[in-house]
Design a protein around this ligand. Structure first.
Ligand SMILES: [Fe+2]
Ligand SMILES: [Fe+2]
Length: 211
């Protein structure tokens, strides 16, 4: 666990099967926000670290960008330890999780909607990352300028605590993951409207935006 930026904490689990580090984040705001849970195994390691940083407080919201094990596989365990926590996700994720019988207590967000809570303000953008290329979400915390980009910016290898400096236009120009060209154009346009100070990646080094 690492205080990686402002009041943002990073937790990471390395998966040697994929040579991939999976990050989870806690924004220690008045209403604490967890971003991604890791998979079920990661979450077992995450819980005690989370509790240490929270110091008796509880996770209030759990935002995850799309329905995949490293993003939300640990949700049942998180909800067991923090029963008042509210999952925040896309409509597709909410249906998938309900379909697996995990929970049906969601705060469903659509692109361009916001979550204004105690001490943070999260704006949502479409990222075609859900099953059958439907829209998942990336989240931009507007008060601090933190972009939670999920798998959009992705690098393998060990990366706990790694932060590299980057120019935002260069970053946007290099992102080529979205397979649907129109959706990608739209996403890039939306990203370039933002002026993030920090990009909290799902995998690989975080980015400190310098220009
Ligand atoms: Fe993913
Ligand atoms: Fe991921």
């Amino acid at each position: 666990m690492l205080n990686i930026f402002d009041d943002l904490y990073q937790f990471s689990a390395y998966d040697p099967r994929y040579d991939l580090t999976c990050h989870q984040y806690l924004l220690l705001a008045d209403e604490p926000l967890l971003v991604h849970t890791g998979n079920a195994l990661h979450a077992e390691g995450l819980i005690p670290q989370l509790k240490r940083v929270l110091g008796g407080r509880a996770v209030r919201y759990v935002f995850f960008s799309h329905f995949e094990s490293d993003e939300c596989g640990g949700l049942p365990l998180i909800l067991k330890h923090f029963p008042g926590a509210r999952p925040v996700c896309s409509e597709v994720s909410s249906r998938e999780l309900a379909g697996f019988g995990i929970t049906d207590e969601f705060l469903v967000k659509r692109p361009w909607e916001r979550l204004v809570a105690g001490g943070f303000e999260l704006e949502f953008f479409a990222f075609p990352s859900e099953v059958h290329l439907r829209d998942g979400l990336i989240g931009y915390e507007a008060r601090r300028g933190i972009l939670f980009c999920g798998d959009l910016i992705f690098r393998s290898g060990r990366a706990h605590g790694a932060v590299i400096e980057a120019d935002w236009q260069d970053v946007a120009d290099r992102i080529e993951q979205a397979p649907d060209k129109e959706k990608w154009k739209e996403l890039k346009k939306n990203l370039l409207r933002l002026r993030p100070r920090f990009v909290a990646t799902g995998h690989g080094p975080c980015l400190k935006i310098t220009g």
